[in-house]
Design a binder for this molecule. Structure first.
Ligand code: SAM
Ligand code: SF4
Length: 485
């Protein structure tokens, strides 16, 4: 694939890869900021608290900060920004693996093309409906569909049919109301088809922005094309998808470079597409069954939390996603520092939720089997994740209102920057959590949940909105579902 199909989206009407992430600039910024003074770092943190974002030069100072006291200040600033913008809510979702057929050769992934021993699956629509039912019965309302890349076996028609199937399943009072999509880089035409199926966010990770490393870990298949990967969001945008997710697989290259590159990519999108990424995902490499790859740039827990805090300060209005690759302990810490969305009770195998009866019954995530994409480190069932969130003062949100009300892309960002997340998102989080409690929670969880809901309900500053939320809450108790602002 060449870059000509999206000429016009780059600066001066000409698309050039360098305009997205310029490696040399990043290395220069990092070395110029090698030993930042305390005063310089504090000034950047002060600026960060204004919630207007940071420049690459400023982020380079944070990335190079090692002083313990300054790090504490950095974490405090990130927490404050997280609370100011996102408040108490934590959006929950589950990945839904539809097929592991893949012609790519990603060194880090169990689905890589050389894994000939893997009996690959492409779920039938019936199997997919059964998987969806499992997730609905746990209480999920949002899924992230995952596919390997194999155009012959996994056609665009199949992907679209899968999305329709998932949206069509109803179980109890529940259904999946937002499908986010994580498929390989595609053409504008494919993205137009996805848009027509009413997808939420299109997510695609660059894996690593460092070109040489990228080429080393992607030696075969269409994903080996760095440029195809880094320009995919432009084509999706061209196709009308304006909620776009970016990410890095941490461990492949130096996290300092990757954080700077994520910021450069975000800034490029904001400048050239008019809207930055809707989300940034921060997956860390995990062991995987057939994978011999050993990351050269292992990210310690301390650095991982630091990079989350830096991103929170640098791009305050961009949602941040954390998966079950992380342990419950790290997740709880990361939720405080800036994560706004998290997966829960995940399996990374097509057919995994319904194949293993216990998973479906108890909704317990799976650590790893021979057919998993990688090992997860949080296998708690959804109700345990919910309970832990409540204990930390967080309201689990299953909200899907924004894209159903056309609050996507620039419209969403505009609302967020004016403080609208508190106006819409907090009441919607409370309403969707109330629905979860009615349909899926046991007596203990309900007691705990109701106390927290009451607390946050009374904190809604706008009296009319508070009263309307209370009214809708009563309607949910009386049996109404899917109420949102
Ligand atoms: N196949 C598509 C792709 O590669 O873009 C989409 C889905 S893939 C199932 C989702 C993501 O899983 C990849 O982008 C990669 O970052 C991540 N992944 C793969 N192997 C992993 C591993 N061993 N540990 C952690 N994450 C991994
Ligand atoms: Fe295929 Fe995605 Fe795994 Fe790469 S990461 S082998 S593209 S499924």
């Amino acid at each position: 694939m060449n870059g000509s199909s999206f000429d016009g989206l780059g600066t001066n009407g000409v698309f050039r890869m360098e305009t997205i992430v310029n490696e040399k600039n990043i290395f220069d910024f990092l070395s110029d900021a090698e030993k930042p003074s305390g005063a310089a770092v504090e000034a950047v943190l002060e600026k960060g608290l204004l919630k207007k974002g940071l420049s690459l030069e400023e982020v380079a100072l944070l990335v190079n900060t090692t002083d313990k006291k300054l790090l504490q200040k950095m974490f405090a600033a990130a927490s404050r920004i997280k609370n100011d913008i996102y408040g108490e809510r934590l959006v929950l979702f589950a990945p839904l693996y539809v097929s592991d057929h893949c012609i790519n050769d990603c060194e880090y992934c169990n689905f890589h093309e050389r894994n000939r021993g893997l009996e690959r699956r492409k779920l039938t629509q019936e199997e997919l409906a059964a998987e969806t039912k499992c997730l609905i019965d746990m209480g999920h309302k949002r899924v992230l569909v995952e596919f390997g890349e194999d155009p012959e076996r996994i056609s665009t028609n199949y992907i679209c049919e899968a999305i329709r199937t998932i949206y069509s399943v109803k179980s109890g009072g529940g259904n999946i109301r937002r499908i986010n999509v994580n498929i390989a880089a595609a053409t504008t035409e494919v993205y137009k088809r996805l848009k027509a199926e009413h997808i939420g966010t299109y997510q695609l990770f660059q894996e690593t922005y460092h070109r040489r490393t990228y080429e080393n870990v992607h030696k075969g298949g269409p994903k080996a094309d760095y440029e195809r990967q880094i320009t995919a969001h432009c084509r999706a945008f061209e196709a009308g998808i304006d909620d776009l997710g970016i990410g890095v697989l941490f461990g492949l290259y130096d996290w300092r470079f990757e954080v700077m590159a994520l910021l450069a990519h975000s800034q490029w999108m904001e400048k050239n597409l008019g809207v930055g990424p809707h989300t940034i995902s921060v997956p860390r490499f995990c062991p995987a069954p057939s994978v011999k790859y050993e990351p050269e740039h292992v990210v310690s827990d301390g650095d991982f939390l630091k990079l989350i805090a830096i991103l929170r300060i640098a791009v305050p209005y961009t949602g941040m996603i954390l998966s079950t690759r992380e342990t419950p302990d790290i997740r709880a810490k990361a939720f405080k520092l800036g994560i706004s969305q998290a997966s829960a009770a995940s399996v990374t195998t097509p057919g995994g939720y319904s194949k293993i009866p216990l998973l479906c019954k108890e909704g317990r995530g799976e650590k790893m089997s021979r057919v998993s994409q990688f090992e997860t480190h949080d296998q708690r069932p959804l109700n345990e994740v919910v309970e832990a969130a409540l204990s930390d003062g967080l309201i689990p949100s299953f909200c899907t209102a924004c894209y159903r009300k056309n609050r996507t892309g620039g419209a969403f960002m505009g609302i967020a920057k004016e403080g609208g997340i508190h106006t819409f998102c907090s009441p919607n989080a409370l309403l969707t959590f109330a629905e979860y409690m009615e349909d899926y929670a046991d007596a203990d969880l309900k007691k705990k949940g109701r106390a927290l809901v009451k607390l946050y309900l009374n904190r809604i500053p706008d009296t009319r909105l508070k009263e309307e939320t209370k009214k809708r809450m009563a309607q949910i108790t009386a049996g109404s579902r899917d109420l949102f602002f």
